[in-house]
Design a protein around this ligand. Structure first.
Ligand code: ADP
Ligand code: ADP
Length: 230
């Protein structure tokens, strides 16, 4: 059974824009699925329907076999981590507190939350003793993005959604982060759906790649090798 399943999904916004149409897409356990395509073709909308930030007009979105519309929001947040381009760290909370956001929300005790924060910061390459007490504005863009990834992984969600996660990082730093993230994803086995308009990123990271075209249509599914050969 796929971890994420979209069945005949359509999203028409209130102004009449059809962002996604007739979309069928499965993402399997431990898979890193990339959605790629030009700006405005419905990638973010697709991602946001998976964590219920957007409600489909018709069709069904299932996570681990359950319709997301029927999963309680706190349970959904435990199951799904979310990383966006400008990570939106809470400016008045330390890096460690930011990483502990979801565990705290889930009612973990303070000590377990602290230990988990430290572990995750180390995992994304930020020494927790150095970085944990800092505030977001004291970090570079790339470091903030790492904190965003650590925060999304803190409660060990089986599913991670990433929307242009490395978009705000300079090209050299981006390749470094992509490589590190790829290793972490392999190690943790997290099922990932990642949105990008960067074909190079898609090929570097994707186990499978869904190519979107204008009008919210899925053009094809390819593995990186096929895409490179085109
Ligand atoms: P992508 O992530 O591929 O850039 P989006 O899913 O953000 O595409 O957008 C798909 C289409 O839906 C675009 O035409 C966009 O302008 C439109 N759209 C996105 N969000 C909204 C909204 N809240 N209301 C109306 N139209 C929207
Ligand atoms: P609060 O409800 O405490 O105000 P937010 O709603 O601002 O917190 O969310 C805190 C952070 O949790 C978000 O910035 C986001 O990155 C992260 N997050 C984790 N899981 C999800 C999810 N499934 N949907 C949306 N955001 C999530």
């Amino acid at each position: 059974e796929p971890v994420i399943r979209l069945q005949a999904v359509r999203k028409e916004y209130a102004n009449g824009t059809v962002a996604v149409d007739s979309l069928d897409l499965d993402v399997h356990e431990h898979e890193l699925m990339v959605l790629v395509g030009p700006s405005g073709c419905g990638k973010s909308t697709t991602l946001r329907m998976v964590n219920r930030l957007v409600e489909p007009t018709s069709g069904r979105v299932l996570v681990t076999g359950e319709d997301v519309q029927s999963i309680d929001p706190v349970a959904l947040r435990r199951r799904i981590g979310y990383v966006i381009q400008h990570v939106g760290l809470f400016p008045h909370r330390t890096v460690a507190q930011n990483v502990g956001t979801v565990p705290a929300l889930l009612g973990w005790d303070a000590r377990r939350t602290r230990e988990r924060s430290a572990e995750l910061l180390d995992l994304v390459g930020l020494d927790h003793a150095t970085y944990g007490k800092r505030y977001p504005h004291q970090l570079s863009g790339g470091e903030q993005q790492r904190v965003g990834v650590a925060r999304a992984l803190a409660a060990d969600p089986p599913v991670l959604l990433m929307d242009e996660p490395f978009g705000a990082v300079d090209p050299a730093g981006r390749r470094h982060l992509q490589a590190e993230f790829w290793k972490i994803q392999r190690e943790l086995g997290t099922t990932v759906m990642l949105v990008t308009h960067d074909i190079d990123e898609a090929v570097r990271l994707g186990d499978r790649i869904a190519v979107f075209s204008q009008g919210g249509h899925l053009e094809q599914l390819a593995d990186a090798v096929t895409l490179l050969a085109r």
